[in-house]
Design a protein. Structure first.
Length: 319
């Protein structure tokens, strides 16, 4: 009997040591997957791939970026909520889409299962047109829309995203009727605009200020003041329309990821954001860095969620 008990104790001790070793090996025993909720080429994807080598260096781990576009981000967030909470799956989350979908429909995942890790940027929404478009300002675009209801089409990165909600708010502020055309991401929106399939492209400042602006021209940014990345683009308020909208982008984890792993990951993200080399790269990409800890970001979300609920109450964007 004593021999059996001794064997069981040794086995239990070995299992405990093995489990402790497995946890201590995080994150070096296999790659970390970071999900991007939009197609390649958009601002979130560009930011993710810019951060990738810096995070790999800080964590001493391999990171794989996985694009899961569709349903304005719900596909990606559902995958995160269903992932094993072991610290090997994270996702970028984007507001307003991450919050607005909680207003507009029944979700396939529980938002409470997801915890913010860090906000990285706060990127103003903007409208751009083709270089040869007849509109030189937002006022001229609105005048054309008033004279031609529904004739002005606005492409966005999906239903309930910042560019879509900016469109709704502009309709309310200007008394016009626009046609919304959703796409899987900003890359597809730009392609449709250049192909003359839509009148206006809803992009973020970083999606034109930090890249190729050939054949496109920004009309307006929906920020409360001109972004440093686009100082020559007037705000909607400057042009007589009180519309403010932006896209916050950051990282999130499953809420059941062990606290020590989540802390190590969030600390690594903060070090990346503070890295002078990354800051210089972010500047070249026109990424408006606006770091917040996950805790502070989550504290702000209820107020933003309420504002989206108020928009929905006035103008439900899904019939």
């Amino acid at each position: 009997m004593l021999k059996i008990l001794k064997t069981l104790c040794i086995g239990a001790l070995a299992a405990t040591v093995t489990a402790g070793t497995a946890q201590a090996e995080w994150p070096k025993d296999r790659p970390i997957e970071i999900i991007v909720a939009f197609a390649p080429g958009g601002s979130t994807d560009v930011m993710a791939r810019a951060m990738q080598p810096y995070l790999e260096k800080e964590l001493g781990a391999k990171i794989v970026i996985i694009n899961k576009p569709g349903a304005s981000g719900e596909i990606a967030y559902t995958q995160l909520s269903q992932a094993k909470p072991d610290g090997y799956t994270f996702s970028f989350i984007n507001t307003p889409g991450y919050l607005s979908m909680q207003v507009q429909r029944k979700l396939r995942y529980d938002p409470k299962s997801i915890q913010a890790v860090a906000r990285i940027v706060d990127d103003p929404t903007a409208f751009v047109v083709r270089e040869d478009a007849p509109f030189k300002s937002l006022k001229e675009l609105v005048a054309h829309a008033k004279a031609n209801p529904k004739a002005v089409s606005v492409g966005s990165s999906g239903v309930g995203t910042d560019d879509h909600l900016a469109t709704i708010l502009l309709e309310q502020a200007a008394g016009v009727s626009l046609t919304h055309v959703p796409f899987p991401g900003a890359g597809e929106t730009r392609t449709a605009l250049l192909g003359n399939h839509i009148t206006v492209g809803g992009l973020n400042v970083s999606e034109f200020a930090g890249g190729d602006t050939t054949n496109i021209r920004p009309l307006v940014q929906f920020s409360d003041k001109r972004a440093a990345e686009a100082p020559n683009v007037p705000t909607a308020q400057e042009q007589g329309f009180d519309v403010v909208m932006s896209s916050e982008r950051g990282l999130a984890a499953h809420r059941d990821v062990p606290a020590d792993i989540r802390t190590k990951f969030s600390d690594a993200v903060k070090r990346v954001v503070d890295d002078p080399q990354f800051k210089e790269q972010a500047k070249k990409l026109a990424l408006p860095l606006a770091y917040l800890s996950g805790e502070d970001w989550e504290k702000q979300m209820p107020k933003r969620l309420q504002s989206f609920q108020e928009i929905w109450n006035k103008t439900p964007w899904v019939q």
